[in-house]
Ligand binder design. Structure first.
Ligand code: GDG
Length: 482
């Protein structure tokens, strides 16, 4: 479908995890859909993945990358970050400026000039690593908000390679974006790519509104999932490409004997009670405290729920070095304690809370065992947990309660129960209504969502992005993802 050119993928992290034990360093493939979707494309086309290994001072482990590359069938090119850059670029600019600003938490932003300088310096390191990576014809595909300047820097280094960018997080509404001190330079840098991909139409619309204010001479053309901007005689494509999961692999795992056995164990541990499942990285954008408060409200308002439902909150440690995340963890743990203190009775705690990462099969078993998933971020680029829950719901009995502000809502609105995560009473009521939903309706809704996700899996996402990068005419592009 697209010319078989080499590919260079650039992301903050390499798709591997280096870890040290008594025998020395070890290397494993990183988890996640992006890795499983990109690996075959990189293998087929021949390619390189450029990224950071995850921590400073791992130089001695880098010979393992060569071994990994030979087995994986594509190269890994490490970028080395010094401690100071990890602090100012990664924790600073990425996590204290762009992450909160793009998730509508402007008040949490620290717009320190040294963060911006470090961000530029690090983007240059990544661009340099791309320049040093073989194949001069390769297409460069840069991922996410840490690396928005790589495309512009490649050009300034004399690169003639074509380059595209995908933003995994939301693009904020114009009034929020305009607060960024470096707003014009960042926007111009993004427009140096040949293609900029967003998760949803809403994100692209937000981006266009900022473009029209800051760069009014730029003219948009076309409609549909991919449009074009004309600037300085150059065309830049902007597309909406909702990311997805490896649907078939989740279904296979969900049906495996090991998972089925574990589902039975989890169900018998629930002792006839219904499990409401929440799985999030520890992050303020995920709305965990709002969800807990809504659940408390539901228990207060509907006494029939007491003793009959359990909220299983799984929280994966994340960004532990950032003080804001520690404070949030304490607030969540206080709330869990408070709710359990108010409602527990012998043999039943309303909230079960696990602060750790689960193995993939264990996670899939929880997805299958749960009667409902409560996925209620305050803002989320897409939210893959929502899609994974549906894929794993092979018995099609579960209900998905989904925030309107998750990117996934655009595709799953025909099946999910949509909620406003800021509205505690509304959410409490939706929990009750979803629990009372007739099995037939739950099945119809779940079938609709599974259908959308099956047709639009992570492999199609990769194809759509590359099609938009290479197709001659915008009309070549299929119109919808639903
Ligand atoms: C960013 C954007 C966008 C979670 N707990 C465990 C576990 N997970 C896995 C899930 C899922 C992934 O982590 C989380 O993905 P999300 O999409 O929900 O959220 P972010 O991490 O914030 O991702 C987001 C995404 O990028 C992709 O573009 O959708 O909006 O914020 O895959 O399965 N995995 C295992 N154990 C756990 O306990 N093994």
């Amino acid at each position: 479908m697209t010319p078989a050119k080499g590919l260079i993928v650039v992301s903050n992290r390499l798709p591997v995890v280096l870890s040290r034990n008594e025998d020395g360093w070890g290397i494993t493939t990183g988890a996640g859909g992006l890795v499983s979707a990109m690996a075959p494309v990189l293998r087929d086309r021949g390619g390189t993945w450029v990224g950071w290994t995850g921590a400073s001072g791992e130089h001695e482990a880098e010979s393992l990358l060569g071994e990994f590359s030979r087995e994986a069938g594509y190269s890994l090119k490490p970028v080395r970050l010094e401690k100071e850059d990890v602090a100012d670029f990664y924790y600073g600019f990425a996590n204290e400026v762009i992450w909160p600003l793009f998730h509508d938490f402007q008040s949490l932003c620290n717009f320190f000039p040294k963060y911006w300088k470090s961000y530029l310096r690090v983007n240059e390191l990544y661009a340099r690593a791309v320049m040093d990576s073989g194949d001069p014809e390769a297409y460069v595909w840069v991922h996410d908000y840490h690396l928005m300047h790589v495309g512009e820097m490649l050009k300034s280094m004399g690169s003639r390679r074509r380059a595209g960018f995908f933003l995994h997080i939301p693009f904020p509404p114009m009034d929020n974006y305009l607060k960024l001190p470096w707003r014009r330079r960042l926007l111009s840098a993004l427009l140096e790519y040949d293609l900029v991909g967003f998760q949803t139409y809403r994100d692209r619309r937000n981006f266009m509104q900022s473009v029209q204010v800051l760069l009014p001479h730029v003219k948009p053309q076309g409609r549909g999932p991919v449009i074009e901007l004309l600037l300085d005689g150059r065309k830049v494509r902007l597309g909406a490409f909702p990311i997805s999961i490896d649907y078939r692999s989740f279904v296979r795992t969900a049906r495996s004997p090991a998972v089925s056995g574990r589902v039975n164990e989890l169900k018998s541990a629930m002792d006839g009670r219904r499990m409401l499942l929440a799985v999030d990285r520890l992050d303020y954008s995920k709305g965990i405290t709002f969800r807990l408060e809504a659940f408390r409200e539901a228990l207060e308002k509907y006494p029939g729920l007491r003793g009959n439902v359990t909220l299983m909150q799984i929280m994966v440690p994340s960004r532990q070095e950032v003080p804001r995340y520690n404070a949030l963890k304490q607030e969540i743990e206080r709330l869990v304690g408070e709710i359990n203190g108010l409602f527990s009775r012998p043999g039943w705690n309303p909230v079960q809370y696990q602060y750790r990462s689960l193995g993939r099969e264990e996670l899939v078993a929880y997805y299958r065992a749960a009667s409902m998933a409560i996925v209620t971020p305050l803002r989320d680029g897409m939210n893959l947990v929502a899609k994974e829950y549906c894929a794993c719901n092979v018995n099609r009995r579960g209900v998905l309660l989904l925030s309107e502000f998750a990117g996934a809502a655009a595709q799953l609105q025909n099946g999910a129960v949509l909620v406003n995560p800021f509205d505690r009473e509304g959410m409490a009521q939706s929990i009750k209504e979803a629990l009372d939903m007739p099995a037939e309706e739950a099945r119809r809704r779940m079938d609709r969502m599974r259908d959308v996700i099956r047709k639009n899996d992570i492999f199609r996402w990769v194809d759509m992005f590359l099609l938009a990068a290479f197709s001659r005419h915008l009309d070549d592009f299929p119109p919808t993802y639903a």
